[in-house]
Ligand binder design. Structure first.
Ligand code: SIN
Length: 300
């Protein structure tokens, strides 16, 4: 029996991955069927795809910060056709529901992506990434409530599958963006994506990252993410997927106490690819010791 339903999709628990932070295809190659027996997440969110293939940003793409990191990856991916032809068949057998993350450089591009992914039964939900800080125009839709509403309105008629809006913390009022997404027909919101940041080469004083700026993630941003999740959850009725530096069950419980229905693990999976299993187990223990079961008989 499913422990929880997220937008009508049964999940065995509330722990997802943050898009782009766990390569399930590479992990399957490395670990074989053992990955399926102990899959670290209760739903799998793909790396964001775009209409055309992308190489991503020039290296270097990562910088370690105190309690976190900055990435400037730039959404490298095979493009819609490449994803459907070669990645989707490898992701479809995963033992958990599949969420495909899409990003468009215009509303029409986003609509094309949504329509194409909607055709595929293997996909349970779609995530609209309107919050990537690492591509030109990546934040244009997601930093502004009116632009966000227009984007959701444009794609809503293209799919009956649940639409999750991935929100940026780099907005003046993330709760207003979430409310606009909800008003336009989004089924859930996920937050936070990374906070825009920068590192300088200590030798030259020039930007270290090939993309000049990047997105800060990890425990360094957890308090900011928690506040934004609480603000969004108190503003919208739709489910909230909370993320931002979660590295333990206790921290996952904080996000759920702040109003999240589910949580996502990102940077911690780079340190420990099995972090999702550990965090889910810690969260379940904590729920039992509190005498509550936030992951059982919850339907949203
Ligand atoms: C990236 O590929 O640059 C990271 C994805 C994101 O921040 O949405």
């Amino acid at each position: 029996m499913a422990a929880l339903e997220l937008c009508g999709v049964p999940l065995r628990g509330p722990v997802l991955n943050g898009s782009g932070t766990f390569d399930a295809i590479a992990a399957r190659r490395a670990f074989g069927d053992a990955l399926f027996e102990r899959f670290p997440f209760d739903a799998f969110v793909s790396k964001t795809i775009t209409l055309e293939p992308r190489q991503g940003n020039p290296p270097p793409r990562l910088w370690e910060t105190p309690a976190g990191m900055i990435n400037s990856i730039g959404l490298p991916n095979k493009g819609l056709e490449g994803f459907l032809a070669s990645d989707l068949p490898e992701l479809a057998p995963l033992p958990v529901p599949l969420v495909v993350s899409v990003m468009g450089f215009s509303r029409d591009e986003l609509a094309q992506l949504v329509a194409a992914v909607d055709d595929r039964d293997e996909v349970a939900m779609l995530e609209l990434n309107v919050s990537c800080p690492n591509v030109e125009t990546g934040l244009v839709m997601g930093a502004d409530p009116a632009e966000t509403a227009l984007a959701v309105e444009r794609v809503r008629s293209e799919t009956a599958k649940p639409l999750v809006l991935k929100l940026t913390p780099n907005a003046t009022d993330p709760a207003a963006v979430a409310a606009a997404a909800e008003g336009a027909g989004a089924d859930a919101v996920s937050l936070v994506n990374t906070l825009k940041g920068m590192a300088l080469d200590p030798e030259t004083g020039d930007p270290w990252l090939g993309g000049r700026t990047g997105g800060v993630s990890g425990p360094a941003i957890r308090a900011i993410a928690l506040e934004q999740v609480a603000a969004v959850a108190s503003r919208v009725e739709i489910p909230v997927i909370g993320m931002g530096g979660i590295a333990s069950g206790r921290q996952a419980a904080d996000f759920m106490d702040a109003g999240a229905t589910a949580v996502a693990i990102g940077t911690e999976s780079f340190r420990d690819p099995a972090a999702g299993c550990r965090i889910a187990a810690e969260l379940a223990d904590l729920s039992l010791s509190r005498g509550t079961r936030p992951t059982s008989s919850t339907t949203v």
